[in-house]
Design a binder for this molecule. Structure first.
Ligand code: GDD
Ligand code: MN
Length: 394
């Protein structure tokens, strides 16, 4: 049971700082980590340490409980230690989440319990949160001044690889999104539903805390001296699952869709419309010559071109660019531009085929493919930017 005095201490306003320490078999490390943290947090700062232990077979949980009981009165005033005991090994991210959920501080720091993360970095993190206007501070191995000490080559490679995957597939710009050492204002994650799969809690926060301002500061990760890493093959499988879920998450929130996804889906529609235009072009020309044998074939071709440009325009306006403004002036101006760009594209195509075949000695089929690709890409970009007034990327 908690005494009223402890309750009082736990009120959000009384504890500005919560430090979450996930543990699994860290009995050899945990007290040293807590000692070092309490030496490092700035004078006058009240903090709570939340150890989330998954019933470690080596008794980490009771080691922490004993340690908390032995704290002197003076110490107890500035440091509150809490242990969350979970029934079994349930994974790092979910342990962090459990700790964060029970945190009372305005600011939450998350770090490992094996001395890999230097607590001396914590004051810098708090300072950044307080003085520069940011919401998340990532302690980073991969910016200037940061590094890794004691990892074998293979582990370094894996970490870099995982980092690149996150950056490319999730559009993350943070240099060390895999960091297990970070701090944030608790309010920025309010209302977020977390999957908490695997190891990568920070990654999930980076993807889901929309609009959060992020800052990275350097630190050197030191491989643990005692105990062993809990990272194994299943962690890697979990990683792929986690990234996949986050990727789909990015796609499912319509207004937040990543730019690449939006850009590609529009390009896809534009090309589909282009293909339908070819069909219209052919059909119109053939039908006309079939119905009116007297018609000059060039007239039939011109009619085919004109109609396919028109149908392309209407489909692109409605479907590709989802523009529902059909006021006469706007529509006419757009139609004019669209037809102009089509003519321009045809000229580009013609010129390029000529150049590639005549001056570069390319074969006609290859020249044609290159020219059509160039003309249609420039057509797409020009219409996107000028006819439908969208930004080019996104
Ligand atoms: N409660 C709980 N449950 N804690 C866990 C679990 C779990 O299932 N798995 C790991 N931990 C704790 C460990 O006791 C340790 O304090 C911390 O989480 C990190 O685990 P390690 O096993 O030491 O991870 P690592 O050193 O290999 O990986 C580190 O580097 C990665 C970046 O490459 C960690 O900092 C990762 O968070 C980080 O992503
Ligand atoms: Mn470790």
């Amino acid at each position: 049971m908690e005494t009223p005095r402890q309750e009082e201490l736990l009120k959000p306003s009384r504890i500005p700082l919560s430090i979450v320490l996930p543990t699994y078999n860290e009995s050899q490390n945990i007290t040293r980590v807590i000692d070092s943290i309490s030496d490092s947090i700035p004078e006058g700062t009240k903090a709570e340490i939340i150890v989330v232990d998954d019933s470690s077979p080596d008794g980490t949980g009771s080691v922490v409980a004993d340690y908390a009981n032995r704290l002197g009165q003076g110490m107890k005033k500035r440091l509150h230690i809490e242990v969350i005991n979970r029934p079994g090994k349930m994974g790092l991210s979910s342990a962090i989440l459990a700790g964060v959920e029970s945190a009372c501080g305005d600011v939450v720091v998350v770090m490992d319990s094996d001395m890999s993360h230097p607590p001396q970095t914590i004051p810098r993190m708090l300072e950044e949160l307080a003085h520069s206007k940011c919401d998340i501070v990532v302690a980073s191995r991969y910016i200037k001044g940061g590094g890794v000490s004691g990892w074998p080559f293979k582990r370094k490679l894996m970490s870099k690889g995982a980092t690149k995957i996150a950056q490319y597939s999730l559009g993350i710009t943070v240099k060390d999104p895999m960091s297990g050492f970070f701090a944030f204002r608790r309010q920025i994650i309010e209302g977020i539903k977390f999957d908490a799969i695997g190891y990568k809690m920070l990654l999930e926060i980076l993807v889901k805390a929309k609009g959060a301002r992020i800052k990275e500061i350097p630190y050197t990760f030191t491989n643990r001296r005692l105990g062993s890493s809990k990272l194994d093959t299943s962690t890697m499988i979990d990683y792929v699952r986690a990234v996949w879920r986050l990727y789909r998450y990015g796609r499912s929130a319509p207004e937040e869709k990543r730019r690449s996804v939006r850009f590609l889906s529009k390009a896809g529609r534009f090309y589909t419309v282009g293909a339908s235009g070819l069909l219209v072009n052919y059909l119109v020309s053939f039908v006309l010559t079939a119905l009116f044998p007297a018609i000059w074939y060039l007239h039939a071709t011109i009619a085919g071109i004109a109609l396919s440009i028109t149908s392309n325009f209407i489909l692109n306006k409605l479907w590709t660019f989802e523009d529902r403004d059909f006021s006469a002036k706007r529509t006419l101006v757009q139609y004019g531009m669209f037809a102009g760009f089509s003519a321009f594209g045809a000229l580009v195509q013609l010129g390029m085929v000529y150049y590639l075949v005549e001056s570069q000695g390319q074969s006609y089929p290859l020249a044609l493919i290159l020219a059509v690709a160039t003309a249609s890409i420039s057509n797409f970009l020009l219409n996107k930017k000028w006819t439908f007034k969208e930004r080019v990327w996104g």
